[in-house]
Design a protein around this ligand. Structure first.
Ligand code: GDD
Length: 402
């Protein structure tokens, strides 16, 4: 048996996702029409002998209750939310719930960050791990040297794939091979974390004050576990050859939505919309997801990279490109939405325009409307972030509307 753990973090971590994170935890914000964590969860479902999936975080239980019960029913696999009373760090949180995780005596535990977007080659990681031995195997990928510093940089033995050296977000360049935030471990990982706790408790070593900048009950997987275990034949790497992105900003989530939609072409083509502007279906260009309950006028033109959630209405002549439209939004006649995320229950007036400013591809800067924002007729909202419940009756550009 194996189990999976997805680290979902908590409200303090989602500030870059404001105003969307005001009413929905970041891990539940839809990408390609499905909550962010739905994608790793469906990848877990494909592992043979998967017994349970745990989500560990410090969000309120009620924020995940609905999702957890519906996804458990849908996948026929128990998905449980385990709430920390406070953040314990990525390794501390795992250790905190060790009894629950090990309840069914799994041989292996997958550990996944909630905020990464990839095809999650979990079976490949597990098979490789069985060949390597050791405590754990992590998914790694080569990125550009400039991008590497935002991640854990590492050096692996080219032949044995052993993790030889690991530094979390180093100031000076170490390697363009980085940690993807996807791991498989044996139960020995709990002994390794226990070892760090006892080192911290052992005040005579002055370990806590000398080497750690975080509270004594806070244990990070990267700095406290991976770095010290590197080069000890305990940890191994598995290189990801497919797409991979980290999802720390709304601009990135729009990009990741595109990646998942294009993955649907291979894995679930039935989820992609089609239409050519006849038979009461709008014109669809490229990869588009439309929830079955949405109502779109046949003269609207949609795509590429558009995700439309439940109960959305799109009027005649509207044009949508590279955007995420959340539940219950109304987009009226001849409105244009480009490079944007439109929050729940918002309304875009006739002949209005909502779009990013400048070159989206360069900075991934997008326009975001929070929940229940009203853009009146003939108003342009360019490169702006609009907080919930605002009504815009004049055009704005490069602004934050509080
Ligand atoms: N439950 C819980 N409790 N989750 C946590 C906590 C905690 O105290 N702290 C972090 N997390 C979750 C986050 O929500 C995220 O899913 C994951 O653990 C890692 O978060 P961070 O520790 O903040 O690291 P990071 O995202 O900046 O970087 C990590 O991921 C990169 C890949 O995306 C590192 O492992 C990097 O090395 C790696 O490249």
């Amino acid at each position: 048996k194996v189990v999976s753990v997805i680290m979902v973090g908590g409200p303090t971590k989602g500030t870059r996702f404001r105003p969307l994170s005001f009413n929905t935890p970041k891990p539940l914000i839809p990408l390609a029409g499905q909550p962010m964590i739905h994608h790793p969860i469906s990848a877990c479902k494909k592992i043979s002998n998967l017994a349970q999936i745990f989500l560990i975080g410090f969000y309120e239980e009620r924020e995940f209750a609905l999702y957890v019960s519906s996804i458990s029913n849908e996948l026929k696999i128990p998905v449980r939310y385990l709430k920390e009373d406070k953040p314990h760090g990525s390794a501390g949180a795992l250790y905190h719930f060790r009894d629950r995780i090990m309840e069914e005596k799994p041989s292996h535990v997958f550990l996944l960050n909630c905020d990464v977007c990839c095809s999650f080659p979990l079976q490949g990681i597990l098979d490789a791990h069985r060949r390597y031995g050791g405590i754990g195997t992590m998914l790694v990928i080569k990125v550009s040297a400039e991008a590497a510093s935002q991640f854990g940089e590492l050096i692996a033995d080219p032949d044995t794939k052993e993790l030889l050296h690991y530094t979390e977000k180093p100031e000076t360049f170490v390697s363009d091979l980085i940690n993807c935030g996807v791991y498989v471990f044996t139960s020995d990982i709990f002994n390794a974390i226990e070892g760090v706790y006892s080192q911290i408790r052992d005040t005579s070593s002055n370990y806590q004050s000398a080497t750690r900048s975080v509270p004594a009950d806070f244990v990070r997987l990267d700095q406290d576990i991976l770095s010290p275990l590197a080069g000890k034949k305990q940890l191994y790497t598995y290189e990801n050859k497919d797409f991979w992105e980290q999802i720390k900003t709304p601009g990135k989530s729009l990009k990741c939505s595109a990646l998942y939609l294009s993955q649907f072409r291979q894995t679930s083509p039935h989820l992609l919309a089609s239409g050519d502007g006849t038979n009461r279906r709008p014109m669809i260009i490229g990869d588009v997801y439309i929830h079955p309950s949405a109502k779109l006028h046949q003269t609207a033109k949609i795509g590429p990279n558009v995700s439309i959630s439940a109960n959305v209405r799109v009027g005649p002549g509207a044009r949508l490109i590279n955007c995420i439209i959340l539940d219950d939004v109304e987009i009226k006649d001849n409105a244009v939405v480009i490079n944007s995320i439109i929050g729940w229950k918002s309304s875009i007036g006739r002949w209005s325009r909502v779009q990013a400013s400048g070159d989206y591809n360069e900075r991934l800067g997008i326009t975001i409307l929070g929940e229940a924002v009203t853009v009146e007729d003939e108003v342009a909202v360019i490169g702006s972030i609009v907080l919930q419940n605002k009504t815009l009756n004049v055009s704005v550009q490069d602004d934050i509307i509080l």
